[in-house]
Design a protein around this ligand. Sequence first.
Ligand SMILES: Cc1cc2nc3c(=O)[nH]c(=O)nc-3n(C[C@H](O)[C@H](O)[C@H](O)COP(=O)(O)O)c2cc1C
Length: 195
Amino acid sequence: MINSSDFQQLISHRRSIFPRDYTGTRVDDGIVKQIIENAHHAPTHKLTEPWRFVVFTGKGIQKLAAFQAQCYKQVTERDGTFRQERYEGLLTKPAQSSHIISIGMKRDHKNSVPEVEELGAVFCAVENMYLTAAVHGVACYLSTGGVTYFPEAKEFFDLGPPDKLLGFMHLGMPKEWPRPSRRSPVEDKMRWVAE
Ligand SMILES: Cc1cc2nc3c(=O)[nH]c(=O)nc-3n(C[C@H](O)[C@H](O)[C@H](O)COP(=O)(O)O)c2cc1C
């Protein structure tokens, strides 16, 4: 069995670490594959395995950056919300990461389970990714910014109309590992009924 104190330590050691705090060193592809392999072990109702990942690295990161900046421009120029600064961020910021993994949820043809369960399964997969990165000393964070909620972006990430793009996992080597994340008292979030 797994040592429970090591596991406990891993849970509190896990952090979101942002691209500005990456060294620029490339993460080993083998670790990235392990991160995805472990995502694939997440719980999934009726074994639908709704998670879908596209890994961008090297020139692939430039392709992602070009795509998301262009997509943002097209959509926001149409509705009048375009901001040049945002466009430039989408074009240049991806280069800070070693790998960026798009996180998608694909509906099965039979709609076997409610959508909310598929979304839950994908976020379970995301937590497995976070923990695997942490155990290898790799920094990561989930971003739900950029083109995440643009229906126009889905196709680029192998997703169709019933599917959802849920965000982007950014990976890099950390300049340093931050202290454990703060949380409010857990007692505020639970109630026991024992009698
Ligand atoms: C569903 C989800 C979406 C998130 N989206 C963003 C985001 O768009 N931008 C961001 O800076 N952090 C995002 N995060 C990361 C949170 O900011 C981070 O988890 C939080 O600050 C707590 O820090 P920790 O993960 O180190 O405990 C997201 C996290 C989750 C679970």
